[in-house]
Design a protein around this ligand. Structure first.
Ligand code: CP
Length: 316
């Protein structure tokens, strides 16, 4: 796996290896690099979790990082993303992690034979958030003790239309055997999600909650709405109709968990106290993100023959 771009391009075996590797890193596995390996993190959209946990993962793997800020780079002079990547390659960068507002920013760049460094997608527009999907899968497999999601009932609720997390997770969970349910404002429901699960009308969510194993709330991404839609959005009305309140959370099974990719709009998509409630795995998701990203980076470095360990060793 030279590049990590789209979670749905990976086979079940590749996913399983990445999850196992992430668990091994969480249990103390160390990596040894064959030579100094240089990384650059290019975030054209704001980020706290993804940016800092990729950076933490890179440092834990022993990589060296060069700092580059798109807002002060020559991208502001019109340099293309492709030329920016080739520039970083020319100065010796081995891996570039990119978050970009353009859906599928990597298309064409990933097939360009002149691009030899590794590309890692940290989120592309409304497309994919594959490292988030991997850490979400890691969190679910830890919780339920199995990689196979057969029969698991997972609800993904909220701003589905703008969410790359929803898009990559819906397909991933469906492919791994889960029963996937969606809800939220109907106007924010992408019709093509019908192939992965079932839309539940908001007034029927109370009947669904007792059967769910995972309740995944999504942030309302006001920054992606046009101005008039963002201006007419009322957080209180949204919470009352669609948010996960304490009363709704009481309908969930004791064994079910609450997830959210974060950042969280407390009191909008979820009651503030539920963020750190016993059933919440929101901060665990962030913690697992470091190990999931170590697994991703380790795998791309291994494919570039930059990892010292010739054999993969499983740590129990
Ligand atoms: N979940 C997530 O992608 O968070 P950031 O935008 O802070 O990276």
């Amino acid at each position: 796996m030279k590049n990590f771009l789209n979670i749905n391009r990976l086979s079940k075996d590749e996913l399983h290896s990445l999850i196992t590797l992430a668990h091994d890193f969480k249990n103390g596995k160390k990596a040894q690099l064959k030579k100094p390996v240089y990384g650059a993190n290019l975030f054209f959209e704001n980020s706290t979790r993804t940016h800092s946990s990729f950076q933490m993962a890179e440092l834990k793997l022993g990589m060296k990082l060069i700092g580059i800020n798109p807002s002060t780079s020559s991208v502001t002079k019109g340099e293309s993303l492709s030329d920016t990547i080739k520039t970083l390659q020319a100065i010796g960068v081995d891996v570039v992690v990119i978050r970009h507002p353009k859906t599928g920013w990597y298309q064409g760049i990933d097939t360009d034979p002149r691009v030899r460094l590794s590309l890692v997608n940290a989120g592309d527009g409304h497309g994919q958030h594959p490292s988030q999907s991997l850490l979400d899968l890691m969190t679910i497999t830890e919780e339920f003790g199995r990689f196979n999601l057969n029969g698991l009932n997972i609800g993904i609720f909220g701003d589905l239309s703008h969410s790359r997390v929803a898009r990559s997770n819906a397909q991933l969970f469906f492919d791994l055997g889960a029963n996937v349910y969606f809800s939220g404002p109907k106007k924010w429901y992408p019709k093509d999600f019908d192939q992965y699960g079932k839309f539940i009308e908001p007034e029927d969510v109370d009947k669904l909650l007792p059967k769910l194993d995972v309740v995944m709330e999504l942030r309302v991404q006001l920054e992606r709405f046009d101005q008039s839609a963002a201006g007419s959005f009322t957080p209180k009305a949204y919470y009352e109709k669609y948010g996960l309140s304490d009363a709704k959370a009481h309908l969930m099974k004791k064994t079910s968990i609450i997830m959210h990719p974060a950042p969280v709009n407390r009191g909008v998509e979820i009651a503030s106290d539920l963020v750190e409630a016993p059933q919440s795995r929101i901060f665990k998701q962030m913690h697992n993100g470091v190990y999931a990203r170590m697994a991703i980076l380790y795998s791309v470095l291994k494919s570039m023959n930059l990892i010292e360990e010739p054999e993969y060793e499983h740590i129990n």
